[in-house]
Design a protein around this ligand. Structure first.
Ligand code: F2R
Ligand code: MG
Ligand code: MG
Ligand code: MG
Length: 339
């Protein structure tokens, strides 16, 4: 059982990196311009001709989250803010969102004294609703794996507020963390019960401290829509997903799109990690971010053994992801025995 869980931790973080690196190739392509066949031409053969596929801000920030949680044995706002910022100034060319660099500059200028302050000033005080805090949250699900779900939700919210304080940003990070957590809990050999998955997410979102945000209703609404779509048909094509949820940079579009990519594929009798990534990319739009989130969920579900070696070898940062997944596994196990 312990090896199975370790394999799922590996799959989760490596899956996130692969979704980012492969998805980045198609970033901003429209839904119509990338049918699944075009995606597969690259993900099955075309990628082999590339020397390396590079990760973007999604992975850069996820690494800072894992590093900070592990080094501080928990959430530490100033430390995490410093790591995000130093990583950004070390390499600002990872395709960061349009406005988030302002947060990094202000954090650095104020010596990280108020980790949520600069983010709360974004967009005239409404905060960012971009998907930038959901895209990087997977390590939180692993770090707090053996903690009560409320604790995991609180940490996810705190990591979000360093850059994204808008309720849709914060709740998007919580929703993505919950999806990753559940995928790691589930046993792939038992098959996926989509309705049980969605019911659990619904009750956790409703009962969580997201109610403080007063806007979790947007995501609750998305989950209810997912239930309805699956009630109508078990096989949902990508056009329905794209038209219902969108594929944009707003968390309220990208987070549900990523979860749907996982659910639509994983509920099929024969499915794989590769199918989830390809489906996620074929949605178009913010492909690196939709695929990194779908990749974290799918990797946590199927485990690292199910991930193509060719992809792992070509993508930048997979060795680091494996190492950090091991560290998080060690931490979670140690906490479990302590609890
Ligand atoms: N940005 C990209 N991809 C484009 C790459 C362009 C790059 N500069 C280049 O050409 O090299 N990808 C990455 O950005 C997304 C995550 O963004 P994040 O961290 O959420 O950024 P930000 O700036 O906070 O928000 C993004 C945009 O959303 C709109 N927005 C957000 N909140 C808003 C609000 N309250 N009111 C109005 N607009 C709001 C703004 O347009 C922001 O610029 C990921 O896709 C990552 O891969
Ligand atoms: Mg990116
Ligand atoms: Mg398409
Ligand atoms: Mg993106």
């Amino acid at each position: 059982a312990s090896n199975r869980l370790r394999n799922k931790f590996h799959g989760c973080l490596v899956g996130a990196v692969l979704g980012d690196c492969l998805g980045a190739i198609f970033e901003n392509d429209t839904f119509q311009s990338i049918p699944i066949e075009k995606v597969q031409k690259f993900t099955r053969e075309g990628y082999k001709k590339q020397q390396e596929l590079f990760y973007t801000d999604d992975t850069a920030m996820a690494r800072s989250i894992a590093d900070s949680l592990l080094s501080k044995n928990g959430f530490h706002g100033s430390d995490m803010a410093k790591r995000f910022t130093e990583e950004y100034f070390h390499n600002p060319y990872r395709g960061y969102g349009g406005n988030v660099p302002t947060v990094f500059s202000k954090l650095r200028d104020s010596n990280y004294a108020d980790p949520e302050g600069p983010a709360s000033q974004q967009f005239d005080g409404s905060g960012s609703y971009g998907n930038g805090s959901a895209m990087r949250v997977a390590p939180v699900a692993l770090f707090a794996y053996h903690d009560p779900v409320e604790e995991a939700q609180t940490i996810a919210a705190k990591t979000s507020r360093i850059t994204h304080t808008h309720p849709d940003g914060v709740n998007g990070a919580i929703m993505q963390m919950l999806a990753v957590r559940e995928s790691v809990i589930l046993n792939v050999s038992q098959g996926l019960d989509v309705f049980a998955f969605l019911d659990k997410m619904l009750s956790q979102l409703k009962n969580s401290d997201t109610s403080m945000e007063n806007r979790c209703s947007s995501y609750v609404e998305s989950l209810v829509r997912m239930c309805r779509l699956f009630q109508e048909s078990k096989s949902i094509n990508s056009e329905v997903v794209y038209r219902t949820f969108g594929n944009g940079i707003a968390a309220i579009e990208a987070v549900p799109a990523a979860l749907m990519a996982f659910l639509c594929i994983a509920c099929e009798p024969k499915s794989s990690f590769m199918d989830v990534i390809e489906y996620a990319i074929s949605l178009g739009g913010d492909t690196d971010t939709i695929a990194t989130m779908a990749g974290a969920i799918a990797g946590g579900y199927y485990g690292c053994d199910s991930i193509p070696n060719g992809w792992i070898e070509k993508c930048e940062g997979t060795a680091y992801a494996l190492q950090r997944a091991d560290n998080l596994f060690g931490y979670a196990v140690q906490r479990y025995t302590f609890i």
